[in-house]
Design a protein around this ligand. Sequence first.
Ligand SMILES: [Ca+2]
Length: 335
Amino acid sequence: MNGSQSRGGKRRPLSKRVSSGPPAGGFVFFRANRHKDGFILVSVLLLCVMLVASATAYAWFVRTQIRAVFQEKTALQARGIAFLLTQEVMKALKLLSKKSDSLHDPWFQPMFIPLQDFGVANVSLKPLDNKIPLKYLFASKNNRNSDIDTGLKIVWPNMWLELGERGISLPAKVLDYIDVDTVPRAGGRDGPDNLNRDLFDISELLGIPEITPELLYGEPPTKRGLADYCTLWSGKQININTVEPHVLALFENMNWNTVEDVMKYRAEKEITNIADLKREIPSFPNLQNTMFIIGYTSDYYNLKIQLLDENWNSTRYFDIVLLKSEGRILRWEEM
Ligand SMILES: [Ca+2]
């Protein structure tokens, strides 16, 4: 049945049909509202997403800032603890008066110190003075007499021989680079471009054109460098209880078998005099020229402090060098 007809088959006037149904304009109006509502809904959703994203980003920002502040607070607290421990170690070192500084001493065993509200400190102190002393290369202190120290006259050139071709032309040039005068010695090179003063850091030797980082720091594990033989952290005398074996091998008439015997001996006992050593090791040579640069105690010490939290996780690490005679901190490295 056609919808425009009445049930009795009588057709209604068109104007009535139009006026009785939903107006055409109203239908159009209804469709337009749906589009607008959808647009508003999408807009609100986008706004919500933006707000949530902003809130999340802000929360992350705040979290990062709080963490940074917390880490800074922990770092400052750790630094304070390390400094106090260093001061206490320094005081103890000043009171310590011994015939030798040997690794057998209980002082030089690792110590674990509980810290209230922080965790534990793992403290390790080691005597240095274990390599050729760059601050005492010359016959007089302050570098005023540029003659090399008598005790080093054999050890110094032997070291360059060990460094091979890389260093064969350098022993005199390095001395000229450091000594105060500006007159070149035989085989050397001097002038105002040289430092002509004591080194503040061993890396200053890189100012000599022939000294490369490989020559200075070596190429582990195959090649040793200058820094394996020389140090700024040694007094005039090298402590035989701590001397590096390859440095002891530079001493006059010293062969590698004797060096190994010395290492075995000191692994069991502290060394307080050469006479004991000679008695135990018959091959130990007479050190006529180098005797003056052998000692039994140290003036420089390496202090390592590792701070651990309550769960024994490492939080901070400090590597420090102390000079006992002057009660000074010479190096402070923090990781
Ligand atoms: Ca010079």
